[in-house]
Design a protein around this ligand. Structure first.
Ligand SMILES: NC(=O)c1ccc[n+]([C@@H]2O[C@H](COP(=O)([O-])OP(=O)(O)OC[C@H]3O[C@@H](n4cnc5c(N)ncnc54)[C@H](OP(=O)(O)O)[C@@H]3O)[C@@H](O)[C@H]2O)c1
Length: 209
């Protein structure tokens, strides 16, 4: 398969890339140094290049993230909103708009975002994060609607938080309770191919339960 991983240079992106590469799939990994996902024309050109070079896309795993919070609701910084709008919403818009036509033509495509439990229970200081993730979920559900009747699916995976080996090494006594290991996240993404596209299209798959 041909799998695009955005945010590929971080620990999560590396785990997901490794997961697909070890099974012989081709991973096109994108970090900020490769393509600025805030540049719509550059993302369109990326999709055109993938189509020229591979003809198809079988997976788009969108892993660009970021977090901002404030001590209280009243102290919320709208600069933080602007930051999260770009990271969590605008990059998703560019990537999904550019790759939807290729996903529609895929014989077994998956589009994945990773959202947070925070969307279900926004905290006073977490308004910008919860609202930005809620918007990215709604956007992804609209993509799912666009993919209805095709062989592709758009799916929201939900975690409380992610943990990787570097985090465990830095805090050896921390329990990271309820966290999802990035390798388990990768397996969950791979598992979406074990189910028919129609079954995972437009669902919110909670990895914390
Ligand atoms: N970490 C958590 O606890 C947690 C909780 C809930 C949901 N999630 C979601 O899970 C996913 C992975 O999380 P994460 O913590 O591994 O993500 P992250 O480290 O916050 O972001 C992943 C990568 O996104 C890249 N990026 C940022 N802006 C970009 C741009 N304009 N163009 C291209 N690349 C850009 C960065 O690449 P460079 O390094 O090249 O700048 C970064 O390595 C994210 O969608 C996040 O929202 C994470």
């Amino acid at each position: 398969m041909i799998i695009l991983v955005t945010g590929a240079r971080g620990p999560t992106g590396k785990a997901v890339s490794r997961y697909f590469e070890k099974d012989g799939h081709t991973v096109i990994g994108v970090g900020r140094d490769d393509v600025d996902l805030l540049d719509r024309a550059a993302v369109q050109e990326l999709a055109a290049r993938v189509e020229r070079e591979h003809g198809v896309i079988d997976g788009v795993v969108h892993l660009v993230g970021g977090w901002r919070g404030s001590p209280s609701f009243a102290e919320t910084s709208l600069d933080d909103w602007d930051t999260l709008h770009d990271l969590l919403i605008r990059t998703l818009q560019h990537v999904s708009l550019a790759f939807e036509p290729l996903l529609r033509r895929s014989s077994d495509g998956r589009f994945v975002i990773v959202s947070g439990k925070a969307v279900e229970h926004p905290t006073a200081g977490g308004a910008v994060y919860a609202a930005a993730k809620a918007a990215s979920e709604a956007w992804t559900l609209a993509l799912a609607d666009a993919l209805k009747g095709t062989n592709s699916a758009a799916t929201i995976l939900v975690v409380k938080a992610l943990v990787n080996d570097a985090m465990r090494a830095a805090r050896p006594n921390a329990a990271f309770s309820g966290f999802t290991d990035v390798n388990d996240l990768a397996s969950a993404i791979g598992g979406l191919y074990d189910r028919p596209a129609a079954e995972v299209n437009g669902i919110r798959l909670d990895l914390t339960t």
